[in-house]
Design a protein around this ligand. Structure first.
Ligand SMILES: Cc1cc2nc3c(=O)[nH]c(=O)nc-3n(C[C@H](O)[C@H](O)[C@H](O)COP(=O)(O)OP(=O)(O)OC[C@H]3O[C@@H](n4cnc5c(N)ncnc54)[C@H](O)[C@@H]3O)c2cc1C
Length: 387
């Protein structure tokens, strides 16, 4: 959607396909990081974006054993974007779609599912799709596959995908809560259990992390046992735990960490999770995908608007983003191996490790993870033109 906005803004006739009828799904994470906030500032849209419902989170905390520690502090950055905006992703996407619609050359087609690539003499020249009940073919000088971690277009392109492995899956459910004065989003780490609690005002969006492939093993002893486990790991959920009335209330999300060896071929560029599925660790995936979109528009939108052939430029987008993606995936992979796997196996001590204790004690150190998670390496700025 962000790529759609930027290409349309540069004067390119742009069509975005979304296979669902709306954006109203709750399994996408809500974290709009400083890098993304700054991009919207550069577009002159930040103030308007922040009129959508959100909470501001100025520091990140984790609970290890029974100690709650601050680990990242965004308050040292420019106050205009020195926080994480916890904004439901349907609000964010709806906002971006609204801004893009201001350009007459932008079209968003909902309930339009890309089903395959149109290939002419080896070059991708659009997509086959299903729009409602109808089959269609949309021609394009440039196709951007941003169809997420189970990308059909990536699959069909035959580009080799490298899996880095993910040791966990997630159960995703809601528990009601009272609206508090501040946002209390937190991560919980105890021996054998990891949870993330996203504070969405009147309810907690909960992620219960468990070893990959063990969903049936957790379900087998019954719902009562699961509720008790959740309430023990996160006592703030205990009072309303009966809100999990059946297993239908508990969605299984599978976690993946992978990336393409090459993000492009003639006529096709792959970005976001389709090019590099992100783990939920650090809550960065949305923001990395947004940065890919900005980099793609910076390199391509002006030339494509001017009638240039995009193919010789596609490698530049990947070259610009490769290091940033590798750095953050390296961090996620190391966290999975050193923290998630031993914790889920019940092997790790439930005392915070030294680096976390140091972060908890010295505010100045908390700026380092804040900069890494909040902006990443080589953060993007909007350089694409406005026609
Ligand atoms: C459990 C979990 C929690 C997470 N939490 C966070 C978090 O808190 N913060 C964060 O930043 N990241 C989080 N992530 C990662 C984040 O969800 C992804 O990195 C991010 O959504 C990637 O954005 P994207 O636009 O590339 O793909 P997606 O968000 O997956 O968007 C792809 C879009 O394409 C549509 N689509 C798919 N196939 C087709 C098709 N064939 N035709 C047309 N449309 C199609 C989909 O409906 C979807 O709207 C989490 C991941 C997991 C697994």
């Amino acid at each position: 959607m962000v790529a759609g906005l930027l290409f349309a803004r540069a004067g390119v006739r742009t069509t975005v396909l979304e296979k669902h009828a709306d954006f109203l799904r709750d399994f996408r994470g809500d974290t709009v990081h400083p890098s993304t906030l700054r991009i919207f500032f550069e577009l002159g849209l930040l103030e308007k974006l922040l009129q959508r419902p959100h909470d501001k989170v100025h520091d990140l905390t984790v609970t290890v054993g029974n100690r709650r520690l601050a680990v990242a502090d965004f308050a040292g950055f420019d106050p205009r974007w020195g926080f994480i905006a916890m904004m439901p992703q349907w609000e964010f996407l709806d906002f971006v779609a609204d801004q893009a619609r201001a350009y007459p050359n932008f079209t968003l087609i909902m309930e339009a599912e890309a089903t395959g690539l149109v290939v002419d003499e080896g070059r991708v020249s659009g997509v086959h799709c299903r729009i409602g009940e109808e089959s269609a073919r949309i021609g394009a000088r440039l196709t951007i596959a941003s169809d997420g971690r189970r990308s059909v277009l990536r699959e069909e392109s035959g580009m080799p995908l490298r899996s880095l492995g993910a040791p966990m899956d997630v159960f995703w459910f809601r528990i009601p809560k009272q609206v508090g004065p501040g946002n209390e989003t937190t991560g919980i780490f105890t021996s054998g259990r990891i949870m993330a609690l996203i504070d969405r005002g009147h309810y907690w969006q909960c992620a219960y992390v468990f070893p990959k492939g063990q969903a049936d093993q957790i379900r087998a002893p019954g719902l009562e046992r699961f509720r008790a486990e959740v309430a023990e790991a996160a006592p703030q959920l205990a009072a309303e735990i009966a809100a999990i009335a059946s297993w239908d209330d508990v969605k299984l999300l599978t976690v993946a960490l992978d990336r393409l060896e090459c993000w492009h071929r003639a006529g096709l560029l792959v970005i976001g999770d389709a090019a590099h599925a992100m783990s939920p660790i650090g809550g960065v995936g949305i923001n990395v995908a947004v940065q890919d979109a900005v980099a793609a528009a910076n390199v391509l939108a002006g030339p494509v608007a001017g009638g240039a052939d995009p193919d010789p430029l596609l490698a530049k987008v990947e070259a610009r983003r490769r290091l940033a993606v590798r750095a953050i995936q390296g961090f996620q992979n190391a966290t999975q191996k050193r923290i998630v796997t031993p914790l889920l196996a019940g092997q790790a001590p439930i005392r915070p490790p030294l680096p976390l204790r140091l972060l908890g004690r010295y505010a100045v150190l908390r700026r380092i993870p804040a900069a890494f998670l909040g902006f990443g390496i080589r953060p993007e700025h909007v350089r694409s033109p406005e026609a």
